[in-house]
Design a binder for this molecule. Sequence first.
Ligand code: FES
Ligand SMILES: [Fe+2]
Length: 434
Amino acid sequence: MLSVAENEKLTRTSAGTPAGEFLRRFWMPFLQSSDLAESDGEPIRLTLLGETLLAFRNTHGQVGLIQRNCPHRWASLFYGRNEEGGLRCSYHGWKFDIDGSCVDMPTETEDSNFKDKVKIVSYPVQEKSGVLWTYMGPRELRPEMPNFEWLMVPDSHRYVSWNRQANNYSQAIEGAIDSAHSNFLHSTLDAYHRTDAWRNIAERSGELRDIYHARDQHPKFFAQDTDYGVIIGARRNTGEDDYYWRLNLYLLPFYGMPPGQAKQKFFQAFVPIDDYSCERWTFTYNLDRPFTAAERAAMNKGLGLHAELLPGPDHIPVRNASNDYRVDRIEQKTLTFTGIEGTGEQDFSVQETMGPITPRPSEHLGTTDVGIIKARRRLLNAITALEDNDIEPYVVTHPDVYNIRATDLLLSSDASFIQDPKVKDLMATTWPIR
Ligand code: FES
Ligand SMILES: [Fe+2]
């Protein structure tokens, strides 16, 4: 449980707030390359950390991220002409490049230098692995890009999507690292009731999760701070001599990594749009092979943690709050725990109903919330260290600490989930650093 003041500190992200300043120290994914596929194509309106912005790809293929409104008399540059290396306001023709410089001001006389004095807000952009990244912090502190494993695998081994989610980024992170909910929210009724039918199918699967996950609905939780954030171990009884461990990672500031499967991993990011919504990113990657076209098509329809999207540039999920996530009450009685299609949709259906900012002072945290408590505290402490003592986040200047992956495994009953060499081995990434 957090105090009202702590909940405010954690969740408010506009410029000048403690969390807002902290988050601005990090590179953030904000669009897919495919969102701005065309040079001189249509710009995209977006909001990040409460700032009203516009992204566009110029004639040379470079992407700019600039303030949305023209500094002349505030018309939206969205309706501007994207032409010849810049964006020209449709009202009086002022033109801006990707750095936010005014490069043409046709309303002024030729001998005027007024345009040299006009500069708009712009943020640096990098394009990597099909994702557009920006950094909104102080220019002199701009760090290197992070070293996530999914950034290093070949393009053919990766599938990326994002969708809008109507709640604060922090409760979305807490969902991503919460290993207790999957016995319920994501369960079939057969697994939930541990029927013989489920047992037969599970035992034939090669995946540990299928075999052991539903055997124990009361996992014991352990959590420990790390350089990159927090490692959370959920330990389940197998009914034999060992334990089944699922190791979830919270990576500062807004990343979560569930264990995934032996050769297929998931990574998530929750980037604040404003204090009441976020971009929910899902990165799925194979360690050993390309995705097939059929797998890509299935993820496009919501398989895995991806969400099925409505057509258009806004990344709105097909199953969303306005249609009650298309909950099917018959299916809920007969087949699945929720009656909602899609693991991703199941996740954000509950997270959105917690309210745009969940009232943490009113919570009743239980024994399975150990990891959530630790991760919140880790983030709050890092925010406070910057706010009170100017301590820059370690992870920003040491991006190699991100070079890690989540996993699940069987461990003997006396093994440590942090120290065991098997754990270290499985969590070490194998793709080369840039
Ligand atoms: S408002 Fe944009 S040029 Fe006048
Ligand atoms: Fe989930």
